[in-house]
Write a protein that binds this ligand. Sequence first.
Ligand code: EPU
Length: 421
Amino acid sequence: MEKLIVTGGASLTGTINVSGSKNSSLPILAATLLTEDQCVIRRVPDVSDTNYMLQILSQLGAEVERASGNVVVTAKEVSHETPYDIVRKMRASVCMMGPLVARLGRANVSLPGGCVIGDRPIDLHLRALKELGAEVEVKGGYVIIRVPHGLQGKEINLRGKFGSTVLGTDNLMMAATLSKGTTIIEGAAAEPEVVDLADFLNKMGAKVSGAGTRRVEVEGVGELHGAEHTVIPDRIEAGTFLVAAAMAAGSNLRVHRLRADHLTAVIDTLRACGHEIEVSGESTTVRRTESPRGTRIRTGPFPEFPTDMQAQMTALFVVSDGISTVVDTVFPERFMHVPELQRMGAVIERQGNTAIVEGGQPLTGAPVMASDLRASAALVLAALRAEGETQINRLYHIDRGYEHIDEKLISAGAVMRRERV
Ligand code: EPU
């Protein structure tokens, strides 16, 4: 196991390049199972979640090659069973269900189990597959899906009590590509990663329209073929660096290779805090104000404020003047970072799905524990600003979704090192 030791106080300057999106890469890699042909996926970030996904593809029988961000998958033969030992490590493995059911008419996918960011059911995924004609049974920790009479497209309302579902929309879109007739997904997730998957599916010969809106239409086709695709920039990694610059005193940082139109809610919030943000093509520059003020955020489905940026923004509010309010409507329990930030001196009160931050407090370095991917990122940001040294334990959480985060921050002036524990 490794820990990250950060010495606070350095400013961030220069340029940091954003990697390809983890959350786009995962379903797109799963979608390569929809064809026997070779698929080439570019800019897949080298993070442990994409490595788990490639391991699953290999275990299912696909040939997988990876070299400098490019992944080549050829799934001539595919088995229908995804093993528990990998699925338990990565919840996103549930997005194997759609492609396996479409390609083979059956899938045994291990149930992902608990998740530290809260209860994460897959009822909507299963309901959608049933509506297409699948039979679903949960037995021995596995979801066993069979399609006795083929998948048949229909109109499906995918809205849940917490809004739309990203991977649920992905699963349904993938299953519908090879179904008979047309599937209409009402209440679809409109996240940029869903649009990226739809683009890839269309390159494979699928007929998906409306991705990026709440109503997606998929006209089933007989078969899909191989395709090449470059995944979109990781908007959450990009947003994390924008917030890092707003956090570390004296910063003037250019974040390059991002899509500012995917980050409107984050950029608007940074501006509301008083930071100067300049968007120019693929680059966004943050000039930190030395008298930042807090504001309020409420997470929601895209284009609302992303839950995956909530922890990082909470850390920023700790060092911004005034009272800030953070409401997470998507994952109401996602506040694992709060007690750790409190150990560094933050004054935060949690009330259900809301955190109230009394800002403008000095942070001091402390040993802290990473708990999930984005909570860990928030701790790294707080550490950049804290006085003295912060030790972030269980670093593997951050390596799940950030490609070389320490190297990127060090290149911009941060002071940190990894140590084996
Ligand atoms: N939900 C249900 N039933 C379902 C599915 C979801 O009630 O069948 C609920 C969830 O419990 C949650 C809400 O619906 O309250 C939204 O969950 P969603 O299904 O959209 O989440 P996901 O698709 O499993 C993806 C990202 C998450 C991100 C969420 C929300 C990937 C691989 N994961 O998860 O990313 O937080 O969408 O935007 O794309 C991360 O990268 O750190 C991460 C957790």
